[in-house]
Structures are given as C-alpha cells and as structure tokens.
Design a protein around this ligand. Structure first.
Ligand code: HEM
Length: 150
C-alpha cells in the first residue's frame, strides 16, 4: 500500500496548511474588529484576510478534501472494506469534516462582512471561538489514529 501511505502523508500536509489558516484568520478578525472602517488599518487587514482565505485556506481545503476522498476509496476498495464508513471512529471523523468545512465557510462569510464594513462581531467573539476548530481537530485526529470502536 505504498500509494496509500503517500496519499495519507499528502493529506496530512494539506490538512496542516488548512488548519493553519482556519486558526489564523480569526486572529486577524480579532484585531480587525477594532479597526475603524475605511482606515488604512482596515484595508491592510482586508488584504491579509483575502490572501489567507483565497491563496492558502481555499486550495488547502480542496486538496485535503480530494486526498481524503482518495483515502476513502483506497480504504473501501482495497484496505478495510466499505464497512469502515459506518465505524464509530469514521463517523466521528466525517462529522468533524462537516463541521470544519462549515466553519471554513462561516469564516469566509465573516470576511465578506468586514469588506462591506458590516461586521458586528467583537474581538472577544473571535478570540473565544478560535479554539473550536482546534478542539474539532483533536477529536478528528484521535478518531483516525485510534480507530476506536472498530
Ligand atoms: C476534508 C475532508 C476529509 C476527508 C474526506 C478525510 C478522510 C480521511 C480518510 C479516509 C483517512 C484514512 C483513515 C484510515 O483508514 O486510517 C484520513 C486520514 C487522516 N486524516 Fe483525514 N479527512 C478529511 C479531513 C481531515 C482533517 C480536517 C483532519 C485534521 C484536522 C484530518 C486528519 C487526518 C489524519 C491525521 C489522518 C491519518 C490517520 C492515520 O493514518 O493514522 N483529516 N482522512
């Protein structure tokens, strides 16, 4: 299963890039929330956020997703059999995937509100919710590494 191991390594690398962005973008929002709309500071944050979202997070999410689908196909057809999709660890992982993709788009919508000058969420909100994707990542990684319930 050399292909499997290569795809798994590339999947983990794409996930690292995606997670880096998902955790850094709300940090930028936390500082951005205190900038005066239309100010130099506001425009600088907008540029940083756009580049992070479009150049890092978007492509990393797509690559992580496509490689994840490839792993599902390799697992189902050659390694574990399709029953693995219903194992508790894989269901947990898939719930995490849905949350992470949802969170990604939630951040994308928030970025657009900053551009429109209509952000209403405080720096405190962004600092407090920042840990959620990391908690989800812990659950997802432990689910796939332990394969609990299989
Ligand atoms: C984007 C959609 C994703 C899909 C479809 C997906 C799917 C998969 C699949 C099928 C495996 C192989 C599981 C196995 O048989 O051992 C895997 C491995 C892995 N995934 Fe994902 N994944 C996704 C996103 C993520 C995310 C967001 C994280 C972390 C936050 C993550 C972390 C990992 C890790 C660490 C492994 C390697 C586990 C091991 O080999 O022990 N994945 N993924």
């Amino acid at each position: 299963m050399q292909w499997y191991d290569l795809v798994r390594g590339l999947h983990i690398l794409a996930v690292i890039a995606w997670m880096a962005g998902i955790m850094y973008l709300p940090r930028l929002f936390a500082y951005h929330a205190d900038a005066v709309p239309g100010s130099e500071m506001d425009k600088t944050f907008q540029t940083m956020e756009l580049k992070l979202y479009r150049i890092i997070m978007g492509p990393a999410m797509i690559v992580a997703f496509l490689l994840g689908l490839t792993l599902i196909w390799l697992d189902g057809s050659a390694r574990l059999g399709w029953g693995f999709l219903l194992k508790p660890w894989m269901i947990t992982k898939l719930i995490g995937v849905v949350f992470m993709i949802g969170w990604h788009h939630f951040l994308g919508a928030a970025r657009k509100r900053f551009v429109a000058g209509t952000n209403t969420r405080s720096a405190r909100f962004w600092k407090m919710t920042n840990e959620l994707p990391f908690l989800a990542a812990i659950v997802m990684v432990i689910a796939v590494t332990t394969e609990f319930g299989s």
